[in-house]
Every structure is written in structure tokens, then in C-alpha cells.
Design a protein around this ligand. Structure first.
Ligand SMILES: C[S@@+](CC[C@H](N)C(=O)[O-])C[C@H]1O[C@@H](n2cnc3c(N)ncnc32)[C@H](O)[C@@H]1O
Length: 218
């Protein structure tokens, strides 16, 4: 159980075989620099209701750039969770006042609650059977009325999970189809505020991305 611990907490010697970001950390850091226009919109919907000084949980936070940086620039605190030591080290170097946890999304537990949760471009590295339990954890950690910004996608028709290559390394992906993702969120106790394809499949590496901002029902 994680609580208000400081800085990076190296929980276990994790090796993320499904998503080996440690091996591509420099490339990923160079690639992921700025928010996409739609990400700015989703973050506004997530953060606009919050008073300054709120604490936001970022599951699969990566280097903290650009999402945690944006959240901190808006006057909030970030608790970041990631399975990549190399990406977390970059996050800590950039934002040393925030709290960073080395843990797997599917295993991490918190004793505290959060004003909002981001789970952006990370859930899709886990098998779809694990998505609903993670969404139920997020719901438990959110305060009533707290909002979630989450992405999923893509999937390959007829297949549960597929691998693709990024900078010469193999990464696993899986997602629930959008209608099922929406159903899981609603059944868990969320009201959908906005959900849409934020990128369309390009017939190549991009299998399409489904974005949702949802609010925990009061
Ligand atoms: C595509 S990156 C997205 C990073 C960040 N959310 C962003 O939008 O820039 C995916 C992130 O999820 C992390 N990740 C993937 N699977 C994970 C798992 N099972 N537990 C914790 N982190 C995981 C990776 O280490 C990586 O930082």
C-alpha cells in the first residue's frame, strides 16, 4: 500500500516485458514533448473544476512531460506511477517536488484519494481483461465528482492483444472496443463527459485511440 511517501519509491525490481520503455527511454523522451490540441482540451475538462493545490494521480506518467508538467504549471500536485525507472528518473529530475512511484498500474494501491486521475496512453499496454479492475481502483481512489482522463486503443479486429515495434523493441497492446470501454466506465459509476476517437487508425502503426473524460458520480 502506498501512501504519502516522498519522491521516487522503488517498490520492486520491476521489468516491464510487455512495454520495455527503459530500453527506449531516450528516444521516447525526445519524441514526447508537447501536448496535442485534443490533449489540451481533455486536460482543461479534467482540471477546470479543481481548486489550485489539488492532487492528481498520473498512472503511467512516463517522463512527466508534457502531462505532469502541464498539471504542475496549473498549480496542482502530481503523484506519478510508472513501471519504467528510466522514465521516472527523468520525471523526478524535471519535477523534483512531486511524488513518483515505481510500480505497476495493475498492482499499485493507495491509501489516499485524488481530485483527478490521468491514465493516458498506458492502459493499452495491459491485456483488456485487466482494464475493468483498474478502472474500479481508479473509481475508488477518486473523490466524489473527481474526473478521469483515460485513453485506450487500438486493437486488431478478431485478436486479443497484438505486438508492435517501437525503436526496435517489441511492445504489447490491447484494448476493449470503445463501446465496451464506455460500458465499463458507466457500470463502474462514471458519467461520461466526453468520449471520441482522438486519432483514427492509419492502416499502419496507429490502430486508433479512444479518449474519454469521465466524472465519478456523487
Ligand atoms: C506511451 S507511454 C505514455 C506516457 C505518458 N502517459 C504520456 O502521455 O506521455 C506509456 C507509459 O506507460 C508506462 N507503462 C506501461 N505499462 C505499465 C504498467 N503495467 N505499469 C506501469 N506503467 C506502465 C510506460 O512505462 C510508459 O511510461
Amino acid at each position: 500500500m502506498l501512501d504519502a511517501l516522498d519522491r521516487i519509491e522503488f517498490i520492486t525490481p520491476l521489468v516491464m516485458t510487455r512495454a520495455p520503455y527503459d530500453a527506449i527511454a531516450e528516444h521516447f523522451h525526445a519524441l514526447r514533448t508537447t501536448l496535442q490540441p485534443k490533449e489540451e482540451d481533455y486536460l482543461a475538462l479534467l482540471l477546470d473544476p479543481l481548486p489550485a493545490g489539488s492532487t492528481i494521480l498520473d498512472l503511467g506518467c512516463g517522463t512527466g512531460r508534457p502531462i505532469a508538467e502541464h498539471i504542475v504549471a496549473r498549480g496542482h500536485h502530481v503523484v506519478g506511477v510508472d513501471g519504467s525507472v528510466a522514465l521516472l528518473a527523468l520525471a523526478r529530475a524535471q519535477l523534483p517536488e512531486q511524488r513518483w512511484f515505481h510500480a505497476l498500474i495493475e498492482e499499485v494501491e493507495f491509501a489516499e484519494t485524488f481530485a483527478a486521475v490521468v491514465c493516458w496512453d498506458s492502459l493499452f499496454h495491459l491485456p483488456r481483461a485487466e482494464h475493468a479492475p483498474i478502472i474500479r481502483k481508479i473509481h475508488r481512489w477518486l473523490v466524489p465528482g473527481g474526473r478521469l482522463m483515460i485513453s485506450s486503443g487500438g486493437n486488431v479486429a478478431g485478436e486479443e492483444g497484438f505486438t508492435d515495434t517501437m525503436f526496435g523493441h517489441s511492445f504489447y497492446y490491447d484494448s476493449l472496443p470503445p463501446q465496451q470501454m464506455t460500458a465499463v466506465l458507466e457500470e463502474t459509476g462514471f458519467t461520461i463527459l466526453r468520449s471520441e476517437m482522438c486519432s483514427l487508425p492509419d492502416g499502419d502503426h496507429d490502430k486508433g485511440k479512444w479518449a474519454t473524460v469521465a466524472e465519478k458520480r456523487r
